[in-house]
Design a protein around this ligand. Structure first.
Ligand code: ADP
Length: 171
């Protein structure tokens, strides 16, 4: 069985991630979307929330599995019997970091390959951070995340706005 792993923070999942997922799954028998528990990006959504959003979006897809993990990506692949890491590339700015990670992973596990998929043109500027920036400032996120999770994402920021309004009020 040809298993691919698509690791990331997914904080939250965007239509850019989904585009990579939908294209990658066509190249393997099973795609494992692996959500990193402790990312150094200090996630806004908890690990449970990030997994839950992915599960909502990818419900009824027997060829896609969603897991959370900590530690090294290559160790997860070995555990799952997978040989391919999938990553997406949007701009040259993504390249340096991805290049470094791919080389480190190759050093750690020579049998594991990282494959890179170019973003689709419509999603070039789409990132989880952009969604969060828009959501917290009452911007429109239509078309950037699937409709079925839009409400949940905005809800999270309504709560956060409440927090920051509270702070403003107190000072
Ligand atoms: P990480 O913290 O591991 O970078 P992200 O959730 O930010 O996690 O991204 C996971 C992967 O998805 C990365 O390879 C990233 O480049 C890719 N990705 C994110 N957004 C897009 C997009 N709009 N188009 C293509 N790839 C994307």
């Amino acid at each position: 069985m040809n298993i691919f792993v698509y690791p990331g923070s997914f904080d939250p999942v965007t239509n850019g991630h989904l585009d990579i997922i939908n294209r990658a799954v066509k190249m393997c028998d099973k795609l494992i979307v692996a959500v990193l528990i402790n990312t150094n990006k200090k996630p806004t959504f908890t690990i449970e929330e990030r997994v839950d959003l992915l599960k909502t979006v990818l419900a009824g897809r027997p060829d896609i599995e969603i897991v959370s993990f900590s530690g090294l990506t290559v160790d997860l692949l070995k555990k799952c019997n997978a040989r391919v890491i999938v990553r997406g590339l949007r701009a040259i700015s993504d390249f340096e970091n991805e290049f470094q990670m791919a080389l480190i992973n190759k050093e750690l596990a020579p049998d594991i390959e990282t494959i890179f998929m170019m973003t689709s043109i419509n999603y070039t500027y789409l990132s989880s951070s952009a969604i969060k920036e828009l959501a917290i400032n009452n911007g429109v996120i239509d078309g950037m995340v699937p409709d079925c999770i839009k409400g949940k994402i905005l809800e999270k920021f309504r709560y956060k706005q409440g927090e920051s309004n509270g702070n403003l009020f107190n000072t």
